[in-house]
Design a protein. Structure first.
Length: 79
């Protein structure tokens, strides 16, 4: 999935953004604080969160999200 322009028309909490990305495969969430983008993939019934690594130009498994991102605002972009 390629990131198109981030939809900055509305801001969400982390909980709202996380729920949306886990329920919809065509959604990218982006932290307003860091600019990092995330997607969710379902693998064997488990939801795996991935972040976009611009150096490698690919999605990588995310082991943790920074607290400053969790408590900040988020954007939801539908592809």
């Amino acid at each position: 999935m390629i990131i198109k322009d981030i939809d900055k028309s509305k801001k969400y909490t982390f909980e709202e953004a996380k729920k949306e990305v886990e329920e919809n495969s065509n959604v990218i969430i982006t932290s307003k604080k860091t600019g990092d983008s995330y997607i969710a993939e379902k693998v064997k019934g488990e939801v795996i969160l991935k972040y976009y690594n611009s150096s490698l130009n690919s999605w990588r498994k995310c082991d943790a999200i920074e607290p400053r991102e969790i408590f900040g605002e988020w954007y939801i972009t539908r592809q």
